[in-house]
Write a protein of this length. Structure first.
Length: 265
């Protein structure tokens, strides 16, 4: 992957963070793709929004300082995609990949809910959307999803992916990290709501992973597998009422800086 990342700004929350700003201490090169003005994007992405987002992608890669040759090249990089409300962006990136791949997801939610109507793409169903619509995905591995949420899915849907408890991946006795077995290049998608709320606050209910679990897992999979792309979501919402947004945004900013270090070290 190129040492360049894209910050996709839907909610405006990244304007309160600095991890991507070279003049504020970032040692990596990132650029903001501002999509705040596109309607039909919060939690679900309608057809008009998808068309407009693709047009913005095309304009983005044509900017002189953006080092991508085409949309697939853009997909094969690192993306920050705002809060979990926009996790469906992972499916849009993966639509651009034209080779067989494995999808590895760290998330407190399985994100495999069938659409409420039509074939609408949503933050809660994007993994299922990838499985049903992307011919290049060969296997899906979801780590840290709540077992109760998984149990509410139809058995047929549950069987489409492999689910791992945190204990399956992080060996508390030895400190080892056991990666999912895959024979294809990996796309890694991280929702920070897999991390316990006492370490980091997102705008969704959260799991029990530790900050260090996620960064260490990222380093391990990058060193032991061929990783073609990474995305990270799970920011606070700018108007979130259950926390001190300024304080928690600062924490998310630090995590984003930290994970970039692990990705590019």
């Amino acid at each position: 992957m190129k040492p360049f990342f894209t910050v996709v700004n839907f909610s405006g929350i990244y304007e309160k963070e600095s991890f991507y700003q070279l003049d504020k201490g970032s040692s990596f090169c990132g650029k903001v793709l501002d999509l705040k003005d596109i309607s039909g994007t919060n939690c679900m992405c309608d057809d008009e929004a998808k068309k407009e987002i693709k047009l913005r992608f095309e304009s983005f890669i044509n900017q002189e300082e953006v080092p991508f040759t085409d949309l697939e090249d853009l997909a094969r990089s690192v993306h920050f995609i705002d809060s979990g409300n926009y996790h469906y962006m992972s499916a849009l990136w993966l639509n651009m990949v034209k080779e067989p791949f494995s999808l590895v997801v760290l998330d407190h939610h399985p994100d495999m809910q069938p659409p409420m109507f039509g074939d609408i793409l949503s933050c809660g169903g994007w993994v299922l959307n990838v499985l049903e619509n992307n011919p290049y995905v060969k296997d899906v591995h979801v780590i840290g999803a709540d077992r109760e949420l998984i149990s509410k899915l139809d058995k047929e849907i549950q069987n489409k992916a492999k689910f791992y408890d945190l204990e399956d991946i992080f060996d508390a006795g030895t400190g080892d990290i056991i990666l999912p077995e895959t024979q294809y290049p990996v796309y890694l998608s991280i929702d920070k709501d897999v991390i316990a709320r006492d370490e980091l606050v997102t705008n969704w209910d959260q799991g029990e992973a530790r900050w260090e679990d996620v960064t260490s897992f990222t380093r391990k999979i990058l060193s032991d597998r061929q990783v073609i792309g990474v995305d990270i979501c799970g920011e606070c919402a700018p108007d979130q009422e259950d926390c001190d947004v300024a304080l928690e945004t600062e924490g998310n900013d630090e995590f984003n800086k930290d994970i970039l270090e692990y990705i590019y070290m």
